[in-house]
Ligand binder design. Structure first.
Ligand SMILES: [Zn+2]
Ligand SMILES: [Zn+2]
Length: 101
């Protein structure tokens, strides 16, 4: 038995201060940093290795909520969320959020 909250938000766990993209997991965050600069999540591809040309990231959700960039809080609750934002995860990782279909 799970204890679901009323609204289940998909929030970024890692956030890049340089390009303001949102990531689900540190691995995804690290993948968008290439040669010292930020790759756009949807267009980040492997530039070397056996998977060259393969995508590095995929959207975890296009309807995410940014917990880190969001604004004011009231009574400890964020009242001014950044939403919707795309949140990226490592390409090929199993989908752990709600389905979009
Ligand atoms: Zn970045
Ligand atoms: Zn964020």
């Amino acid at each position: 038995m799970t204890t679901e909250t009323k609204t289940r938000r998909q929030t970024c766990t890692d956030h890049c201060a340089g390009c303001n993209q949102h990531f689900h997991g540190l691995g995804a965050f690290e993948r968008h940093r290439q040669n010292g600069s930020c790759a756009l999540g949807g267009s980040a591809v492997a530039s070397k290795g056996k998977n060259v040309g393969q995508p590095l990231l995929q959207a975890w959700t296009e309807q995410g909520w940014c917990a880190l960039q969001s604004g004011s809080t009231r009574d400890g609750v964020i009242v001014n969320w950044h939403h919707p934002v795309p949140i990226w995860q490592v390409y090929g990782s199993s989908y752990s959020g709600p389905t979009n279909d």
